[in-house]
Ligand binder design. Structure first.
Ligand code: FAQ
Length: 323
């Protein structure tokens, strides 16, 4: 039997590409029904899907502490924060669907381990102080990154970022407040805080991705104004913002090379362990397997909810058709 060879997608029409790039250069927003180059669609789908997965997997390290929060007030704010992260994942999955991809397909890629999500969520949460430090560093880093993405050229992604950043600001404040409280606490509370800072500082810097010279996607994303700043520029901004916050509560960031550079007005910092970064991104971090197992178990255990929701929707449709 003759096999039919799948033909490659047609090359983008150069005139359409030029018109598209002129719109980007003019600062226009690209909307779902607008023409876009296939590479633009592909890059956005990749990046937005990874972002949505990160929000969903990002619920796990903090969800781990909901039952152990030290007071009702802390428990309420932690539950609300984790629930917000679920909402962020869902907005971004919806945004990704506007690019013509099914959410089920993306979720299947997360569950079978072929999709990436942020490296930071593959580290364990060992103490209550980790809840403070995640809010301060991880949400802080997310805000630095996402405030710029709120000006991305793709409308649905940019608009999702505006709303998400507002919520992330609350998260950062609740985290920093936990840290400030522990910093004024007993010697063992201060030690617990410092230990959490020591464990999360470097992985938080890794959230911004590889250094610019090793970032294969940046050139294209910058050209099409999905990214407006490079990985290194955003990482530097995060360091500059965080150092004074650490000084204000009297804690130490674990980097002996951290020094203020009066010429550049930046805080210079030490070398990131890129081997560790690539190990974690490649699936070999401390908690990668645990995180995927937890997501898969939650998905399987939720099968009856999806079935019930679909059955209900079908019943509603039949009712509307009969009327
Ligand atoms: N982890 O060429 P680049 C949050 C991959 S949300 C894992 O530089 P790009 C909220 C990258 O995908 C946190 N993989 O890539 C929250 C690429 O792989 P590929 C998530 C990483 O896209 C708070 C390869 O390395 N935020 O925290 C990482 O230009 C608290 C080469 O890298 C976003 O996703 C990494 N850290 O730049 C939730 C923001 N870095 O696909 C709960 C949107 C890189 O070629 C609790 N995304 N890789 O095989 C972005 O801004 C960008 O995608 C970057 C990466 C900056 C992450």
């Amino acid at each position: 039997m003759a096999t039919t060879k799948k033909s490659p997608p047609p090359a983008d029409d150069p005139a359409l590409v030029a018109a598209f790039e002129a719109r980007i250069a003019a600062g226009e927003s690209i909307e779902p029904k607008d023409w876009m180059p296939e590479r633009y669609r592909k890059q956005l789908t990749r990046m937005m899907a990874q972002h949505a997965h990160s929000e969903i997997v990002g619920m796990l390290p903090e969800g781990n502490w909901i039952t152990r929060a030290p007071s009702l007030r802390r428990k309420l704010s932690l539950i609300a924060k984790v629930q917000d992260e679920a909402g962020h994942g869902l907005y971004i999955y919806c945004g990704t669907e506007t690019l013509g991809v099914e959410r089920d397909e993306l979720v299947a890629q997360l569950h079978d381990g072929t999709a990436k999500y942020s490296s930071i969520f593959n580290y364990p949460t060992l103490s209550w102080a980790d809840m403070g430090v995640i809010g301060w560093f991880v949400d802080g880093a997310a805000i630095v990154n996402q405030t710029v993405l709120a000006k991305a050229s793709y409308g649905p992604y940019a608009r999702a970022m505006v709303r998400i950043c507002k919520e992330e600001n609350f998260h950062k404040r609740q985290g920093y407040e936990i840290c400030a409280t522990l910093a004024k606490g007993t010697p063992s509370q201060r030690a617990m805080l410092q230990d959490a800072i020591d464990r999360f500082w470097w992985p938080s810097l890794m959230m911004f991705g590889p250094s610019d010279k090793d970032s294969p996607n940046s050139a294209e994303l910058l050209k099409w104004r999905v990214k407006r700043k490079t990985n290194d520029e955003l990482r530097q901004r995060f360091v500059n913002l965080t150092v004074p916050q650490a000084q204000a509560i009297g804690v130490t960031l674990p980097d002996p090379d951290l020094t203020y550079n009066p010429e550049t007005k930046n805080w210079d910092f030490g070398e990131i362990d890129w081997d560790e970064f690539w190990q974690v991104v490649g699936g070999n971090g401390p908690c990668n397997k645990e995180r995927l197992a937890a997501r898969n178990a939650a998905h399987d255990e939720g099968a009856w909810v999806r079935e019930a929701a679909l059955a209900h929707a079908a019943k509603q449709r039949r009712g509307t058709e009969a009327a």
